[in-house]
Design a protein around this ligand. Structure first.
Ligand SMILES: [Ca+2]
Ligand SMILES: [Ca+2]
Ligand SMILES: [Ca+2]
Length: 233
């Protein structure tokens, strides 16, 4: 009986905390893809595993400790979407997620670090969570912005005494709901397009178990306890 309770508890723990991330290459360590230009410690990609450029010159991948002593939050690589190259505009990248549970809750986590100390929203990042309405992606609709990071400066990340993540990166955590079976997660640089902007690393998206699922696990535990009581008689 003890084993049964143990199994139920383990299942509950798995359901609540150990859902696998649904994001492919959320740490940008896999740079297999379509390279546009290689500058050694930074490279511009049209696409890399999991991610596609949807606006601007491309996905700029920075490697470890290349910029102002900003280490990657995870692994060696991170992204800067105020990318280098023509057109001289901010870039945006998307990942398409299929097989989503319509109405289901998801938890998005990612880390952000500003590059410059300029104003004018130089390091801005907007995050979009778009659905397919009919057959076309409802992308870049401003009503679909789920996080908007504006006017953060490098020194804000580096300052002590602020709430911050590992090594100065700010951790963002957002609850999202799927509104269609296929969703798109998009990161877009905003503000002054001058090739220097906000960094992104360690993106994950996890399904949050529905209350019904939790209730089932609770019932399983209650059942295990009940049968244990009965067996004592
Ligand atoms: Ca990384
Ligand atoms: Ca850049
Ligand atoms: Ca900028």
């Amino acid at each position: 009986m003890r084993n049964k309770i143990g199994t139920a508890l383990v299942s509950l723990a798995l359901a609540t905390s150990a859902q696998a991330t649904l994001i492919t290459n959320g740490s940008f360590e896999d740079t297999t893809g379509v390279l546009k230009s290689n500058h050694g410690s930074w490279k511009i990609f049209k696409e890399i595993t999991g991610w596609t450029t949807v606006s601007g010159p491309g996905i700029e991948i920075q490697t470890n400790r290349t910029l102002g002593n900003v280490d990657a939050q995870d692994g060696n690589n991170y992204v800067e979407l105020d990318s280098h190259g023509a057109p001289n505009t901010n870039s945006a990248m998307s990942q398409i997620l299929t097989g989503m549970n319509v109405g289901g809750k998801y938890e998005l986590d990612f880390f952000y670090h500003a590059r410059t100390n300029n104003g004018n929203n130089d390091n801005g990042i907007d995050v979009f969570w778009d659905s397919f309405s009919g057959s076309s992606l409802d992308s870049f609709d401003f009503s679909n912005i789920v996080v908007s990071i504006a006017d953060v400066k490098y020194r804000d990340n580096q300052a002590s005494g602020l709430t911050k993540g590992i090594d100065g990166w700010f951790h963002y955590n957002v609850d999202l709901w799927a509104t269609s079976e296929t969703m798109a997660l998009t990161f877009a640089a905003t503000g002054a397009a001058n090739s220097l902007g906000g960094f992104i690393d360690n993106v994950s998206l996890r399904a949050v178990p529905e209350p019904a699922t939790l209730a089932l696990f609770s019932l399983a535990i209650a059942g295990a306890f009940a049968s244990r009581k009965m067996s004592k008689k």
